[in-house]
Design a protein around this ligand. Structure first.
Ligand SMILES: [Zn+2]
Ligand SMILES: [Zn+2]
Length: 308
């Protein structure tokens, strides 16, 4: 199960009732914050979300509206006497982009580690102890005015444990949970692998955070079959497509087209231009293409559950 909270839905600058676009994912006692613009920590407070359990901050790109909240949040963590390390992930240029931010944060009560995601994605339990064995974060390139990437979080689901097979292999019951957690065990002189006692993997969960991007194939590919996609939709009118392309953004219609082609289950729109007073006014432009579109609202949240 994964809890997702949309902390903000604004683009460029925060408004009195609209924080900058960011999202928080919480799974099994651990969290990932996606982007951190000015005011993200207060947006989290309003949404009733504690960011202290965040192990990772995943940045989509280094425009100010996605990173200027970092120094303040780093300081808050120190004030709250955080000791667990914090991993910051971002596209190429992370070190350089973080230099002035880390200078502002000065001394922290915990370690800030800058890391890049390998092409095959990051198995989170290998980074931080306690993450679900099947949790994985990967990045995919998007198309914006500067180097940018979106994120895909997946929570895999192992097949059902088959006790008859375990018994046939003489595996002591005390070792069953080790196999169920995806580790091998030794019985006598034999190594037993989890797939010898587990059924075929079942359908897991998938969450996509687009970051800022134009309409692009890499987002469609990455989002294929996602349970939820939070997607940027900076412009409301279909006629603004040319402006959207030029600025490295999307319209409501293009976000819906992405969701439709990727066959996602649900689409939440975010990153609205300040000129959009009420996003619901433009919602029909999206629902005409992809029905299960929701206008993202600051503080809205959902829980994604495994099927059956
Ligand atoms: Zn932006
Ligand atoms: Zn941007």
């Amino acid at each position: 199960m994964i809890d997702i909270t949309l902390l903000g839905t604004a683009a460029l600058f925060p408004l009195p009732k609209r924080a900058l676009t960011a999202a928080y994912l919480f799974c099994g006692g651990h969290g990932i914050l996606f982007d951190c613009g000015e005011g993200t920590q207060t947006a989290a407070r309003r949404a009733g979300v504690s960011l202290m359990k965040a192990d990772i901050i995943a940045l989509t790109h280094y425009h100010g509206d996605h990173v200027f909240g970092l120094p303040g949040l780093f300081q808050t963590f120190s004030n709250l006497e955080r000791t667990e390390p914090l991993y910051v992930i971002g596209p190429a240029g992370l070190q350089k982009a973080m230099e002035p931010i880390l200078k502002l944060a000065w001394q922290t009560s915990y370690e800030i580690k800058l890391i890049e995601i390998p092409p095959e994605g990051l198995k989170l339990c290998e980074l931080v102890k306690g993450w679900a064995y099947e949790a994985k974060l990967s990045a995919f390139p998007t198309e914006h005015r500067i180097v940018s990437q979106g994120y895909c979080f997946t929570l895999g689901r192992a097949g059902k444990f088959q006790p008859d097979k375990a018994q046939a292999l003489n595996i002591p019951i005390t070792q069953w949970s080790v196999l169920q957690k995806g580790n091998s065990v030794q019985v006598g002189d034999k190594i037993i692998l989890p797939n010898q006692v587990m059924g075929a993997p079942r359908k897991g969960l998938k969450f996509i955070f687009s970051g800022d991007t134009t309409f692009c194939e890499s987002l469609i590919d990455a989002a294929t079959g996602a349970d939820l996609m939070i997607c940027e939709a900076t412009f409301g009118e279909n006629e603004q497509e040319e402006v959207a392309n030029r600025h490295g953004h999307m319209t409501f219609r293009q976000a819906a087209e992405t969701a439709k082609r990727a066959d996602v289950k649900q689409l939440w729109l975010a990153h609205y231009s300040h000129k959009i007073i009420d996003p619901r006014e433009y919602l029909p432009n999206a629902t005409a293409i992809f029905e299960n579109t929701i206008c993202g609202k600051d503080g809205m949240s959902t829980t994604l559950h495994f099927e059956d």
